[in-house]
Ligand binder design. Structure first.
Ligand SMILES: CC(C)(COP(=O)(O)OP(=O)(O)OC[C@H]1O[C@@H](n2cnc3c(N)ncnc32)[C@H](O)[C@@H]1OP(=O)(O)O)[C@@H](O)C(=O)NCCC(=O)NCCS
Length: 177
């Protein structure tokens, strides 16, 4: 997407942009995405979540990438968190891949995924794991990106409006290129 920039955010910028990140999260939840939050999530709840992410970025545990318009408007985000276990120094979890509904279908998701993978590999996290709702654009995005499906867990999480939905677990070994 030529008019958008995909880049990494440092902890200071992440903290400063919690409000915008919260708006993206709330838009995705309003659109029915199963991304840990329920439909009654408040802007304060969402900002508190991103404040925690910013702390994790500051602590060096999370890599946060964003997509923004040429004017600097936030359009999407993704993150990789280190597994943080002594026996998994090479592993990370990819999460909160979120693109505002108004900015979808233009390749931002693919660009965020590529950036998150590139930054993770550079940080030594070469084995990534994620889970997502089967049959969604996200499922197709990861499949297109070479992620390996492991299996589907039924009744894994509640939809934002209630009712249980499945999740599909994927991994990707970034050493394979
Ligand atoms: C999953 C998500 C991040 C994808 O973001 P996106 O920016 O729309 O992703 P892309 O644009 O790269 O790809 C989406 C679709 O647009 C298509 N596309 C990409 N660039 C395009 C272009 N220039 N012209 C036309 N179509 C295009 C892709 O082929 C893809 O098609 P498909 O869904 O039919 O397979 C977004 O749908 C989202 O935020 N969903 C809600 C949150 C969520 O569920 N996140 C996953 C949590 S694990």
């Amino acid at each position: 997407m030529p008019d958008a920039v995909v880049r990494r955010l440092d902890a200071t910028e992440a903290a400063a942009r919690c409000g915008e990140l919260a708006e993206i999260l709330l838009d995705c939840v309003a659109g029915g995405a199963s991304v840990s939050f329920m439909a009654d999530t408040t802007p304060e709840d969402a900002r508190a979540f991103w404040a925690g992410v910013a702390e994790s970025v500051a602590a060096g545990r999370t890599i946060l990438v964003i997509a923004e318009s040429a004017e600097g408007r936030l359009l999407g985000t993704a993150q990789v968190s280190a597994a943080g276990k002594p026996n998994q120094p090479h592993r990370g979890d990819l999460a909160k891949m979120l693109v505002h509904r108004a900015a979808r279908g233009r390749g931002l998701g693919a660009a965020l995924l590529a950036a998150a993978e590139r930054e993770a590999l550079a940080a030594g996290l070469w084995l990534l794991v994620l889970d997502t709702t089967p049959g969604t654009p996200a499922d197709r995005l990861y499949t297109r990106g070479g992620w390996v499906p492991v299996g589907v867990i039924p009744d894994f999480a509640l939809w934002p409006q209630g009712g249980l939905g499945a999740t599909k677990v994927f991994y990707k070994d970034l050493r394979a290129g």
